[in-house]
Design a protein around this ligand. Sequence first.
Ligand code: SF4
Length: 503
Amino acid sequence: MKIYLFGHDCRYAAEQMLLTLFPGERPEYPDGTPEGDRAELSYFEGTARATAVCRFVRGGDVFVGRAAADRAKMTDDLSRARLLQRIVALSFYRAALNAGIKKPVWGALTGIRPGKLMSRLLQEGLSDRAALSKFVRDYDADPSRAKLCLYTAHAGLDCEKSLAPKDICLYIGIPFCPTRCAYCSFVSISVEKSMKRIPEYLAALDREIEETAAVIKELKLRPVAVYMGGGTPTTLSAPQLDALCTKLEETFDFSAVREYTVEAGRPDTITREKLAALKSHGVTRVSVNPQTMDDRVLAAIGRKHTAADVLEALDAVRQADGFLINMDLIAGLPADTPEGFQKTLETVLSLAPENVTVHTLALKKGSGIMREDTPLPPPEAVGEMITAADEALFSAGFLPYYLYRQKYMSGGFENVGWQKGGTESLYNICIMEELCSIVALGGGGSTKLCMGAGRIERLFDPKYPAEYIESIEKVLADKHKITQLLARPQGPAGLQEDRYHAL
Ligand code: SF4
């Protein structure tokens, strides 16, 4: 879509709203006189009010949307930038709705962490009821989405109280899987071929563990949650997992660790020996991720296992005893239907996991689904699946505890983590609510340093095994940037655009 900006340069706000309202479209910013189908976004500042106006032109018809803010609330550059972005986006939203564009479930809300907005309202002292209605009113969000945010905001605020200033989470990336799922953009296309590099990868990772532990010790940071993800860490053999966990616990101080999660996402990688190894190292939480319990859908997404394999894996995890179990599902997978998804939900709930995470399919560039143009359930069907999940989980006694949105999600929905009986994952809340720094090691690891006043600094490890192994010297050197960054004097908060980037 052609976008013209007048009196401001809020491309970010314009593009986020474009993505929300017209998920398939990309922005263009032509020079010259506006023409054709377009959005003209103008901004004016008066003495008392700042106003944004959008002229949305479609097929020769013109639709106008307006939004305004009180100039008195623009007390500094940051508050001005925030309000400017907000009213520009809102004017675009209103013009598009005037043109008959279907209202998104999240209304005018953009960004990946809507729960943080609800947290802010509660921190300002609003009651649950007042926060809910303000959230719905301000963002035009569906009340069902506001309700999800209320639960996750409370979970975040409770979690925050339990953290000390030097607490951190550790992430260890194992970017290997037995095969690549059709919707995946995490592991490399040649994931099967890269398996032979596991020993080299683990040797490099050992070096990064040592370097990172030294930095963390020097900074007196205290790991409280450990998360081994990927990829699928249980792609490693039992002796490899045992050696890795031994290295971790001998190198880091795990005495304050409250939660230790290992993703065992693919049931076809789970064995009793691996579970015994994990248990012997104090792993507390295991994630077994069927995504669907429909064999047809499993085949359509390139999984080489059946729903029966999931049942067998779950049985093995239960028999190993002592693990909290999370199960991930995805709404909107190819070949799935609302009826099929409902059956998946029923089967998963009958297995009584403590946590269930319901994702909405995100259409990621580089995934097999996008490359092959695979037919997918329409957004209405995805909406039915998400509604069914919310209803089934609430009535089974689960509560939402973290939530995030991603770019290009089917129907503009979200991913929600649900827990039963106070079993929420500390790591998931910390990363989503940005409550403490996450120090990441291994392929695909993304270190996020919380610098105070909402500032975040990021450091990235290379994504794929080959580049990780080959650039290990740089990876080790980069770990010392953690010290440099945390030693920097804390400047004023910048505008943290809640972008749809990798978490
Ligand atoms: S299990 Fe996860 S990381 Fe591995 S291929 Fe499938 S989606 Fe990608």
